[in-house]
Design a protein around this ligand. Structure first.
Ligand code: ATP
Ligand code: MG
Length: 257
């Protein structure tokens, strides 16, 4: 299970359960390389996404949790869980971006590492899934393209909730086609205590701000930036992200330089 450290999982030979009786994720042992991990992870996600989105049931509300997830941490997981509960979402699909347009100049860890860490952190939650929609799409990851790609796979009645932090939503006017985005999905701005909601109206104008759903999140002062800094300086990230992600970062030697 994802709650065990990755060593434990891999020394047992596996296993994350699949959704609704689909095959689980079998991790290769030992965890030698990213390539050895990717195949089973991609297969597992594909099956889970199929069950999550195309199982013949008509889903009414699906959340898409957008981010760079470099790495994924407990703050992201809490946001997804709060959104799931508040909006009664049947599934929350994590969509790690390939190339965030607003972080074009930043050094970002390879999409495959970020994807694997998202799978490790979410695999034990049957309501969570991870999509490769943005990772497999060349070029900058525009949210409107992602929303439309999901729309095309879903029943017209399904409502899509695009969930991200309020800090990101403040910049929505700089995103590609914000008007269409606000029409085609619910945009959820997750905010922490201390965030001034008036800033949304200031940044977006009254009409657009009214379309954004704000979602209060308990204060968790965790960020991917802080995790990367901690790893680089040899400090612990235990309890800030899931044990499997912590092990993965250590084993693969990411964020050390
Ligand atoms: P970075 O420090 O590299 O910017 P991040 O921790 O903000 O990373 P992102 O992948 O950019 O992570 O996060 C996606 C969204 O999740 C962002 O809009 C961000 O505001 C939100 N988020 C990140 N950490 C938290 C947290 N601890 N509580 C609530 N929301 C968070
Ligand atoms: Mg951020």
């Amino acid at each position: 299970m994802a709650s065990k450290a990755l060593e434990a999982v891999s020394s047992e030979g596996a296993v994350f359960p699949g959704l609704d009786g689909t095959p689980g994720l079998i991790l290769p042992c030992p965890l030698a390389s990213i390539d050895a991990l990717l195949g089973p992870m991609i297969q597992f996600c594909r099956l889970n996404m199929d069950v999550a989105l195309n199982s013949g049931q008509v889903w009414r509300r699906i959340g898409l949790m957008g981010g760079t997830f470099d790495p994924i941490h407990q703050g992201h997981l809490v946001v997804a869980e709060e959104a799931r509960e508040r909006f009664r979402l049947e599934r929350v699909v994590f969509v790690p971006n390939r190339q965030p347009p607003h972080k074009a100049d930043c050094r970002i860890t390879s999409p495959e590492h970020r994807f694997i860490m998202c799978v490790l952190a979410t695999a034990d939650n049957p309501c969570f899934a991870v999509s490769r929609e943005e990772i497999d799409r060349e070029g900058p990851s525009y949210t409107i393209d992602t929303v439309r790609a999901f729309r095309a796979q879903l029943e017209p009645k399904t409502e899509l909730y695009f969930i991200t932090g309020a800090d990101a939503v403040l910049e929505i006017l700089t995103w590609r086609d914000p008007d269409a985005l606000l029409e085609e999905c619910h945009v959820v701005a997750a905010y922490r205590p201390g965030f001034d909601l008036g800033m949304l109206e200031q940044a977006l104008g009254e009409e657009k701000a009214r379309k954004v759903q704000s979602l209060p999140i308990p204060a968790l002062d965790i960020s991917s930036t802080d995790l990367r800094t901690r790893v680089r300086s040899g400090r612990s990230v235990r309890y800030l992200t899931s044990p499997a992600v912590e092990s993965y970062i250590r084993k693969m030697g990411i964020y050390r330089d």
